[in-house]
Design a protein around this ligand. Structure first.
Ligand code: FES
Length: 103
């Protein structure tokens, strides 16, 4: 079995508006930061940005991994944040069932 890549080039963009924070975005941000730091993923950047008007789907997280399509995950929890780092960022496997449906 192939192991995870050491340091993928990736960016995590957390939609960080009032409603997102109200439903747990702060804990999601902390989970991403801790996971990325603990795993020494030096080429993974975390950013926060404004909301896009999809209150009912917050917390929303855009993930850009070099060489993969950009996706947005919805209703992200700290547990899911850890899963996104492991599966999507380290093992380059998009978790399709968590991706926002076309709206
Ligand atoms: S206030 Fe909810 S998505 Fe902007």
């Amino acid at each position: 079995m192939e192991g995870p890549r050491e340091s993928p080039n990736a960016q995590v963009v957390l939609r960080y508006g009032i409603c997102s924070i109200a439903v747990g975005a702060k804990d999601v941000l902390t989970a991403f930061q801790k996971e990325i730091e603990d795993k020494n993923l030096n080429n993974v950047r975390i950013k926060t940005t404004g909301c896009i008007g999809l209150c009912s789907m917050e917390p929303l997280v855009d993930v850009h991994v070099e060489g993969l399509p950009n996706v947005t995950y919805h209703h992200v929890t700290p547990e899911m944040a850890r899963g996104i780092v492991f599966h999507h960022i380290q093992n380059r496997t998009i978790i399709n069932e968590w991706v926002i449906p076309n709206v």
